[in-house]
Ligand binder design. Sequence first.
Ligand code: FAD
Ligand code: NAD
Length: 365
Amino acid sequence: GFKNEMISVIDLTPSYDWFQTDSLITIVIYTKQKDMNAELVIVDCQDKRLRGEIIVDDHSYLVEVDLDHAVQEDVAVNIAEKVGKVEIILKKKDNIHWKMLGQALESHNTFIKRTERGLFYRKCKLVSKTEVTHDTKLLCLMLPRSTHLCVPIGQHVYLKQTIAEVVKPYTPVLPFLPLDFKEPPRHDGAHLYLMIKIYSCGLFTQALDHLQIGDYISVSNPEGSFKKSQVQTSEDLFLLAAGTGFTPMVKLLNFALTEVGCLRTVRLIFFNKTEDDILWRNQLEQLALKDERFEVQFILSQPTKDWVGKQGKISSPLLSEFVKRSRKDSKVLICICGPTPFTEQGVQYLKDLGYSQEEIHTFTA
Ligand code: FAD
Ligand code: NAD
C-alpha cells in the first residue's frame, strides 16, 4: 500500500534549471526519461529567443525564453541518454553576470500533447542543388548554427516559402546511398538533403525551383508516425515505392542494412513511369551488387519498347510474386509510399494476400 502510494505521486513532468559561468549559460532539462536521444531534442536560438523542445512519447516539453542578454551563434547540446538530462550551453556575447535567464514566453515550461504544439520553423540556407533526373533535384539545406535538429527515419518536415503562405511536406534523404555498411554514416547535424520532383504546374515546387543558392527557406520540426522499432525486429523488409515515394525508403534502407541484425532480406519494389524517372537507379543497382540481402526490382508503367524488365502498375499478382516471406513464419514489415491511390491499392492487395495491419506501414502526412 504505502510503496504504491509513493510511486503514484512521482511527477513525470520534465523540469529545468540554469546556471552560469563568466562566459557560459547552461540550461539543464531533467526530462525524467531514461531513453533520451538526439532526435528527441530540438533547440533553436534566434537573436535572444531560446526555444528548447523535448519530445516525451506523444508529449512535448518546452523551454522558451527571451534571454536576458545576447548570446553567440553556436549552441551546444549535450544529452546524457541514460539519465535523461539535456544541457543546452550558450556562449555569452559579453562576459557579464546575468540576473535571470530571461523573460518567459507564452509556452515556457509547458508539457502538452505534441499535436497541440504548433510547428516551429527556422530559416535554412540553400547551399546546393543537383539534378537527380530530368525533373527531380537534390537540395541541400543548411540549418542555422544555433539549431539542433535531427529528422528521425520515416519522418518529414514542412517547407514554407516566404512569398506564399502555403507549406508542403518533404522527407529528408541522405546525400547518397552509402555502399559501405561497416559503420553507420557519420552524423552530420548541420545539413538536410531533400529530393524533390519539380512539377511544371506545381504551385510549391515551381517556386522552390526558382530559389537561388544562398536563398533561405523555412523548415519545420519533424512529424510522422514511423517508429524505428518497427524495423528493428523484422527479418524480411519490403519497400514499395512509387516515384518520389522513394524518399522515406532512403534512410530506412540504410538503417535496416546497417543496424538491424536479424534482417535476412530487403527488397525494394520501385514503381515509375519510365526508365528516365528512376531515382538513384545506379546507386540502387550498386547496392544490390554489394549487399546480398538487398534486391531491387524496377516496374515501369509507361516503358519504351526496349524495356526488358517488369511493367505495369501495382497489382495483386505482382505483389504475390515479389512480397513473400523468406521463411514460413518470418517477421515481415512492408512499407508503402507513393501517390495516394497507389498506397491505398497496395494496402488492399496486401491485406487480400493475408498480411496484417501490423505488418504494413504507410507513409502519410
Ligand atoms: P501541386 O500544385 O499541388 O500539384 C503538382 C502536380 O501534381 C500538378 O501537375 C498537379 O496537376 C498534380 N496533382 C496535384 N495533386 C494531385 C493528385 N492528388 N493526384 C494526381 N496529381 C496531382 N515530394 C517530393 O518531391 N519529395 C518528397 O520527399 C516528398 N515527401 C512528401 C512527404 C509527405 C508526407 C507527403 C504527404 C508528400 C510528400 N511529397 C514529396 C509531395 C509534396 O508534399 C508535394 O505534394 C509536391 O511537391 C507537389 O507540390 P506542388 O505544390 O508543386 O504541386
Ligand atoms: P509518378 O506520377 O511519377 O508515378 C510513379 C508511379 O506511381 C507510376 O509509374 C505508377 O506505377 C504509380 N501510380 C501513379 N498514379 C497511380 C494511381 N493512380 N494508381 C496506382 N498507381 C499509380 O509519381 P510522382 O509524381 O513521383 O508522385 C509521387 C507521390 O508520392 C506524390 O503524390 C507524393 O505526394 C507522394 N509522396 C508521399 C510521401 C509520404 O511520405 N507520404 C513521400 C514522398 C512522396
